[in-house]
Design a binder for this molecule. Structure first.
Ligand SMILES: Cc1cc2nc3c(=O)[nH]c(=O)nc-3n(C[C@H](O)[C@H](O)[C@H](O)COP(=O)(O)OP(=O)(O)OC[C@H]3O[C@@H](n4cnc5c(N)ncnc54)[C@H](O)[C@@H]3O)c2cc1C
Ligand code: FES
Length: 271
């Protein structure tokens, strides 16, 4: 059991939890995630480790309530406990001094982006951050990203904050003005695909973090399989970060929407 120390609602349906997990906290690097079960009979879900404090033995996760398991997780009380947490999992992000790095985050994808932006900045990169959301209410972690960003831009679908439009509109302007050495994009599949398509003609290195369903997180069950460079990869052990120019986003979207249809049926059946 892992103690849930604090919980805060940071946007509509988006929670930040701080959890006591000393063994994971000491090993965790940017890009790592955990697989957890809120209760013994819950399904397993992957969530990125957004922050950790090895001295205090704690780690932070940020999650959006989208279905059964995230609902169960959100229902846990402060002072309660999470049944099990496995991690840290996945390859840590490859961090080096590239030069100018653009971080693009959409919706709750901004959460996994934060530790990566921090690590890039710490390595001496110039960091430009672009945050996108449906409206200003859905923008998260702006105050955490500001100190590690040399420039920070915001785009909202409804124009309630920053530029009205998509993160790719802002990115288009940036890459037309200056040389960018690497882009990291994390968010909805459609956003990551649009970023990769935008940067492909100029050959700008573009990393994305894939979000397929996961069960065991060990490469055994095959649930998280994705197509990258025409080959089958398991996001849990080969990723979750991949070269965006090599990812087959359409097959990932198809697999995710298969589960969406099942979730809709479950909701309609009242389960
Ligand atoms: C490596 C990794 C890191 C992740 N990190 C985070 C994070 O930091 N914060 C966060 O909020 N989410 C993160 N996710 C996504 C998160 O795991 C899913 O939202 C969660 O599994 C949904 O579980 P559920 O039972 O509540 O919903 P389900 O009942 O499984 O699904 C409900 C709805 O959500 C959709 N959905 C399910 N799984 C995913 C998914 N993986 N991506 C997109 N949509 C999905 C379904 O299509 C359906 O519409 C991450 C996923 C991966 C693979
Ligand atoms: S989650 Fe089972 S193989 Fe990746």
């Amino acid at each position: 059991m892992f103690d849930l120390l604090t919980k805060h609602l940071i946007a509509p349906n988006v929670w930040r939890y701080s959890i006591r997990a000393p063994e994971i906290a000491v090993k965790r690097q940017a890009g790592h995630f955990v697989i957890l079960r809120p209760a013994a009979n819950s399904e397993r879900i992957p969530l990125t480790i957004v922050a950790s404090d090895p001295a205090a033995g704690t780690l932070d996760i940020i999650f959006q309530v989208v279905g059964a398991t995230t609902r169960e997780l959100a229902a846990l009380p402060e002072g309660g406990a999470i049944h099990d947490i496995a991690g840290p999992l996945g390859h840590p992000t490859h961090i080096e001094k590239f030069g100018t790095a653009v971080m693009v985050g959409g919706g709750v994808g901004i959460a996994p982006l934060l530790p990566i932006a921090q690590a890039f900045k710490q390595k001496g990169n110039r960091v430009i951050t672009i945050l996108g959301g449906r409206s200003q209410d859905f923008l998260i972690l702006e105050n955490d990203l500001k100190p590690v960003s040399d420039e920070l831009f915001i785009a909202t679908d409804d124009g309630s904050r920053g530029q009205k439009g998509l993160v790719t509109d802002v990115l288009k302007t940036i890459i037309s003005k200056e040389k960018i050495d690497i882009i990291v994009a994390i968010g909805p599949v459609v956003m990551m695909k649009a970023v990769a398509e935008l940067t492909r003609p100029q050959g700008i290195k573009t990393m994305v973090s894939l979000n397929p369903l996961m069960i065991d997180g060990t490469g055994m069950c095959g649930v998280c399989r994705c197509k990258v460079a025409g080959k089958t990869k398991f996001a849990c052990v080969d990723g979750p970060e991949f070269d965006g120019h090599q990812v087959d986003f359409d097959s990932l979207k198809r697999r995710l929407s298969m589960f969406k249809d099942e979730e809709k049926k479950r909701m309609e059946a009242g389960n």
